[in-house]
Design a protein around this ligand. Structure first.
Ligand SMILES: Cc1cc2nc3c(=O)[nH]c(=O)nc-3n(C[C@H](O)[C@H](O)[C@H](O)COP(=O)(O)O)c2cc1C
Length: 341
């Protein structure tokens, strides 16, 4: 059948147009099915109004709201009162946090207190309108009873001064990082991974929600089972001693209008993580996750990955012998990617 169709397209341009057109439509329909599956799996959890209100949702919404206050504190003059809605919502969410029994010493709650304190100090400089001001200040002061100056990381802060060799160091790390496809199989020191993660954790994210979640596997049977679902590791999969699955927690987002953010935020995290691993003596290779929905589901099952964690990429991590080779992977000229308007 396939051979006959091939022959037909070779002989008749009209038949070729028809057949290729039909194949293209079928391909697009399949692609639309992927979007639909993504919407059902991930888009449906992108809401804060329905479903379980757990730590992940409360913390994401709390960060989302108090970040508005923190940003507002850093705007240029003229200074003016701002942030009534964000302050109200922050206070509501801090109350929800407490009612949910989440720890008052938790870094997310402490950050909320730091920001609320800075906002409260600012209200002395730019007081709120008289109709709601006294009530707002009273509620903020009541919540600040939880504030402990000894545990505070004050905000806002001054921008950091860069060491003079910063640009050269970063360039050297970026230049030195090349995807490795021949690991030495030695176990990875997880302390190094944690060091790199601490750096990657500083990546920017939409409203600072930090939705990346990274799953690690170091048991051979787990690695092999997951790699069987991935199509870009042949010839070196067996040498990978540590496999990560980089995901984005879609429940960190309030709605489908944010649909690009999960993958973007996780990608920014991934990028910093790759460089930080390189700086800490670890090598890596991203492994694409271009799979149909059923395989994505299977990976969640095998990897025990929560449904709302959207898989962005697999990531091979390890060390290697000095003598191995890596592709240079020539880069396009800058003109290809810079469009100045
Ligand atoms: C999202 C993503 C998916 C990738 N998937 C694979 C893969 O499945 N197999 C592989 O060998 N390399 C994979 N790579 C590595 C790329 O081929 C590599 O990053 C690119 O050629 C540039 O080379 P470099 O990483 O050495 O600078 C992937 C890279 C990215 C960023």
């Amino acid at each position: 059948m396939k051979a006959a169709l091939k022959e037909l397209t070779r002989k008749s341009p009209a038949a070729a147009r028809l057949i290729f057109g039909a194949a293209e439509i079928a391909k697009k329909a399949k692609g639309a099915g992927y979007y639909w599956a993504d919407f059902r799996r991930y888009g449906s959890v992108m809401t804060w109004r329905t479903g379980r209100r757990d730590y992940w949702k409360i913390s994401s919404e709390l960060i989302f709201q108090h970040h508005k206050l923190e940003k507002g504190l850093c705007l240029p003059p003229p200074l003016r009162f701002f942030g009534k809605d964000a302050a109200d919502k922050t206070l509501e969410l801090m109350a929800e946090w407490r009612n949910a029994g989440l720890g008052l010493d938790h870094p997310v709650y402490r950050a909320a207190l730091d920001i609320l304190k800075a906002y409260r100090d600012r209200l002395d400089v730019t007081p709120p309108p008289a109709d709601f001001g006294p009530d707002l200040i009273r509620r903020i002061d009541a919540r600040l009873a939880d504030f402990n100056p000894e545990k505070s990381l004050p905000t806002p802060i001054l921008p950091a001064q860069m060491p003079t060799d910063a640009a050269a160091s970063l360039h050297a790390i970026a230049l030195g990082r090349r995807s490795v496809r021949a690991f030495d199989g030695k176990p990875v020191d997880f302390a190094l991974i944690e060091k790199a993660l601490t750096t990657a954790q500083l990546s920017p994210s939409a409203c600072n929600r930090q939705p990346w979640r990274i799953h690690f596997y170091d048991r051979r049977e787990d690695i092999d089972a997951l790699l069987r679902l991935q199509n870009g590791n042949s010839g070196f999969g067996r040498t990978i001693p540590l496999l990560a699955v980089v995901t984005a927690d879609c429940s960190s987002f309030f709605g489908m209008v944010e649909r690009i953010e999960p993958v973007l935020d996780a990608g920014l995290f991934l990028s910093t993580f790759l460089l930080a691993m390189q700086a800490n003596g670890l090598s890596s290779c991203c492994l694409n996750w271009c799979v149909p929905p059923d395989r994505d589901l299977k990976a969640h099952e095998i990897g025990k990955i929560p449904a709302e964690h959207q898989i962005v990429t697999f990531l091979a991590i390890g060390t290697h012998e000095p003598g191995i080779q890596v592709p240079r992977s020539h880069r396009r000229p800058l003109e290809d990617c810079v469009i100045r308007h």
